[in-house]
Design a protein around this ligand. Structure first.
Ligand code: BG6
Ligand code: MG
Length: 212
């Protein structure tokens, strides 16, 4: 097999929680009178909560103190977690469950490599927590994507070399992070056409062909 471990991004790859991130930020942006749309939202993919807020505030004429920014980020997270309250296995990406099942039987090591601090909650609510050997996420990193830290830590936790792992990403920041970690990257969704991606996926199911 070409890879020994697969490191999955969470939001927009395993679970369609990316839409809830968008809706929560949209609520904040609308309240502040800041223009925000799906295209701007694509820049928020993979980056930390605070970095996401900074991107939204680029279009604001108002200045915000660090304390106000903390409050806004917290408010967004509360709205987001209300959406997560209703999360079920139905929000899993198409083909995710079957692919995870298959990779497990193939003896691959599986990790999540995400900037989110809500990873565990999301994995548990969607019933896929048990598939992963390790979780590297916003809680154990100091530098978010596009820094490679989250993926390097995931490989390390799996006991593998970076070159033995494949990253699956929907964010440009994630493709850049994987590249910086010297890992191959299968890109899907918004990042699928990125020139640095090793594989451009049209569907999640194509992963099985790449890996076997
Ligand atoms: C990433 C998302 O997975 O996690 C980003 O793509 C998000 O949009 C980031 O900002 C942080 O997530 P959370 O759940 O900790 O706010
Ligand atoms: Mg993502």
């Amino acid at each position: 097999m070409k890879y020994k471990g697969i490191i999955f991004d969470l939001d927009g790859v395993l679970v369609y929680t990316d839409k809830y991130h968008y809706l929560a930020w949209k609520q904040i942006a609308d309240r502040l009178g800041i223009y925000f749309d799906e295209e701007i939202n694509n820049r928020l993919r993979g980056v930390s909560r605070m970095a996401s807020l900074e991107i939204i505030l680029e279009r604001s004429t108002q200045k915000f103190s660090d304390e106000q920014k903390e409050e806004l980020a917290e408010e967004k997270n509360e709205i987001y977690r209300q959406y997560l309250g209703g999360l079920t296995q139905r929000e899993l990406g198409e083909g995710v469950l079957q692919t995870l099942e298959k990779f497990k039987t193939m003896g691959l090591k599986l990790a999540v490599g995400s900037s989110s601090r809500n990873t565990e909650l999301i994995l548990k609510k969607t019933g896929i927590y048990e598939y992963f050997d390790v979780i590297s996420d916003g809680n154990n990193i100091s530098k978010p994507k596009p820094d490679p830290e989250v993926f390097i830590k995931a490989a390390d936790m799996l006991g593998l070399l970076c070159g033995q792992c494949l990253v699956v990403e929907d964010a440009v920041s994630g493709v850049l992070a994987a590249t910086a970690a010297n890992m191959d990257c299968a890109a899907i969704g918004d990042a699928a056409k990125h020139k640095m991606a090793t594989y451009n996926l049209e569907s999640f199911n194509q992963l099985t062909d790449i890996v076997s």
